[in-house]
Design a protein around this ligand. Structure first.
Ligand code: DX5
Ligand code: ZN
Length: 216
């Protein structure tokens, strides 16, 4: 059975107790720590900055799943404490030369993922998809946690898997327990788990991870 990566979305964690949150999540078997970086330009929100990433690097060896919701990401990779083994996602909508940026990310020893807004068709990136290690399929409009899945977007996950049978297909947004099952069935092999599952407040991180583990 193929591995499904469970990547907790740290913007949904308790920001005042981040050390304990990460310790707990890693103890529960989290794979990569999803870091939503937002610049307030590409998305109408500002989130998770360099100092948090640097603090995490000082205390934890876990790989980061860095989701850059920023304009011109290819010029800004040096801002971040990126390490070999990280995943770095750039948005197709923010980079004039995504293939060139993918090359820069891979040169850092990382996996390069191309993130697509819900409205961006797979056809837009099909010609450069091979330059990447996978796609990050936004199942909500980027910028905020707590949104609901865009109807029909599960079909995009399925088509992405058909297009790229051997690459990472990560789903990001409203990954609830119910949606996680459909996303996995559609071909996602990485799930960004935020306020709809791991951080719903209904269960401990351990219990939520167990429920998720039974589903996927
Ligand atoms: C939204 C971010 C997601 C978000 C997920 O722009 O990319 O990672 O934090 O949160 P939920 O699970 O609440 O959609
Ligand atoms: Zn994200």
């Amino acid at each position: 059975m193929n591995k499904i990566y469970v990547n907790p979305s740290l913007m949904c964690a308790d920001q005042l107790h981040m050390y304990d949150e990460i310790t707990d999540l890693l103890a529960c078997g989290a794979d990569l720590l999803h870091i939503d970086v937002m610049d307030g330009c590409f998305v109408p929100n500002i989130q998770l900055g360099v100092s948090l990433m640097e603090a995490i690097r000082k205390s934890f060896d876990a790989p980061l799943d860095i989701h850059l919701m920023i304009n011109s990401p290819g010029d800004k990779l040096g801002f971040f404490p990126i390490r070999p083994g990280d995943w770095v996602s750039i948005h197709y909508e923010t980079d004039r030369h995504p293939a060139r940026t993918a090359e820069k990310i891979r040169a850092l020893g990382c996996k390069a993922l191309l993130a697509l807004d819900p409205e961006t068709p797979l056809s837009a990136c099909a010609d450069v998809a091979d330059c990447f290690d996978g796609l990050l399929i936004m199942t909500v409009d980027p910028g905020y946690a707590g949104q609901k899945l865009i109807p029909g977007i599960i079909g995009k996950i399925r088509r992405a898997r058909e297009l790229l049978p051997d690459k990472i297909i990560e789903a990001d947004g409203n990954v609830s327990f119910e949606n996680a099952e459909m996303m996995k069935a559609a071909g996602a092999d990485a799930l960004v788990c935020g306020s709809s599952s791991l951080f719903s407040g209904k269960y401990t991180r351990k219990k939520a991870t167990e429920i998720l583990g039974r589903i996927i």
